[in-house]
Design a protein around this ligand. Structure first.
Ligand SMILES: Cc1ncc(COP(=O)(O)O)c(C=O)c1O
Length: 394
């Protein structure tokens, strides 16, 4: 068939020989995926592990990253979502129906709670709150379907009584889902975290943090071990058109190679900064699960045998400091930048009012304003000097 030069440009683009070996795999960008023939079109099924039928389902680039995240977290199956919050919402949408009860820790990631409140108001899902340090406060009824866990909570950093909470959920045949962003698949194995080989059913991970590592990409994942559960989540994933960009996947795939080194480094710097913060008189509580005085330390010891922690440290200021003075402190920081998130190269600081964040009375937490430090990859000595000079502004 004779073709015009315009058609030639589209249908016969010059392609260099394709087969070379590279450190990183080739990057696929696709909405349309071309079927070889109608048999391939009709033989496809949405539940296939590698369903190459449309960009929303996946490409070799997205499936490669999904497989690596499943491997990182010791699971079998992984679904990718455009943000950590979207991954959280995927689990809630797939597993909760009207009249179901869902349990959340009092220190749950706030926007996740906002989605649950929406499900409560619009669809009659019943949201119940428990104290992460007290498994007795987790009192599931026969309607309970799902319990959320966070180890550690990302602002107040209490490490929950994971073993007893998961045991209780299993006794009541309730699905367990862990926001594993803090542990990142490195601090502990969520699918085998005790001598009795306890495992959660699902992990959610904001890949935006450590796997991205750059503070510039948003993505989330949902990892499972069991195929039937994966299919239930996958069905909702496909129905809602949840998809991620190949470019973003390639960037995260590239960063995964050094994620463990970054995590170790930030864990180490956090220890040094924690040690210094504990000696400063301006704080009534310094929070980090590795510290013996920090709430949930004993549960962290049970589960985190690697002794590693994400690089997050929080402080609660003495009650005599006003909001204005603590704002002056935050504004005076030079290396720590004021912003949400963590896991990137630049250290971040965020200010919270604890009274607005908790619905239960937490005897283990002091009242007042909390500042969270997210330790980046700068020298810990420089970061300490930065906090030291900013404290003068109080
Ligand atoms: C513990 C935790 N889970 C989930 C998320 C949501 O991730 P994303 O920012 O990708 O939506 C965050 C974000 O800060 C988080 O801290």
């Amino acid at each position: 068939m004779k073709k015009s030069s315009q058609t030639e440009l589209i249908h016969a683009p010059r392609l260099a020989p394709q087969y070379i070996k590279t450190i990183q795999p080739p990057l696929y960008r696709a909405s349309t995926i071309i079927f070889e023939n109608t048999s391939k079109l009709f033989d496809r099924h949405w539940s296939d592990r590698y369903d190459y039928s449309y960009g929303t389902h996946g490409t070799p680039t997205t499936y490669t990253l999904a497989d690596k995240i499943a491997q990182l977290e010791n699971g079998n199956y992984c679904l990718l979502a455009p943000s950590g919050l979207s991954a959280i919402n995927l689990v809630n949408s797939a597993l909760l129906q009207s009249g179901d009860e869902v349990w959340v820790p009092d220190n749950i990631y706030g926007p996740g709670m906002a989605h649950l409140r929406y499900l409560q108001q619009s669809f009659g899902v019943i949201v119940q709150v428990y104290d992460p340090l007290d498994h007795h406060s987790f009192q599931p009824s026969t309607k309970a379907k799902l319990v959320w866990l966070e180890a550690a909570g990302s602002v107040t950093l209490e490490f929950p009584d994971l073993i007893n909470l998961v045991k209780k959920a299993k006794q009541h045949q309730i699905m367990t889902v862990l926001d594993n962003t803090w542990g990142a698949g490195l601090a502990f194995n969520a699918f085998d975290f005790s001598d009795e080989h306890l495992a959660v059913d699902i992990t959610v991970h904001a890949l935006t943090k450590y796997p991205s590592g750059g503070g510039d990409i948003l993505m989330g994942s949902v990892v499972t071990q069991e195929h039937k559960l994966h299919l239930k989540l996958l069905h909702m994933h496909a129905t809602q058109g949840i998809a991620v960009s190949g470019d973003d996947c390639a960037q995260i795939q590239r960063s995964l190679a050094h994620m463990q080194l970054r995590y170790q480094q930030q864990s180490h710097s956090a220890q040094e900064i924690l040690h210094w913060l504990k000696q400063q008189p301006q704080f009534q509580q310094v929070l980090h699960p590795s510290d013996a005085l920090s709430p949930g330390h004993q549960y962290w010891q049970q589960v985190c045998q690697s002794q590693q922690s994400a690089g997050l440290v929080s402080v609660i200021f003495q009650e005599n400091y006003t909001l204005e003075s603590i704002r002056r402190f935050c504004d005076a920081l030079q290396l720590f930048k004021l912003g949400f998130s963590w896991g990137g190269p630049v250290s971040l600081v965020m200010l919270y009012d604890l009274t607005e964040m908790r619905s239960l009375k937490s005897a283990h937490l002091a009242q007042g304003f909390l500042v969270r430090f997210c330790i980046g990859l700068e020298s810990s000595e420089d970061l300490i000097r930065d906090i030291e000079q900013a404290l003068q502004a109080l």
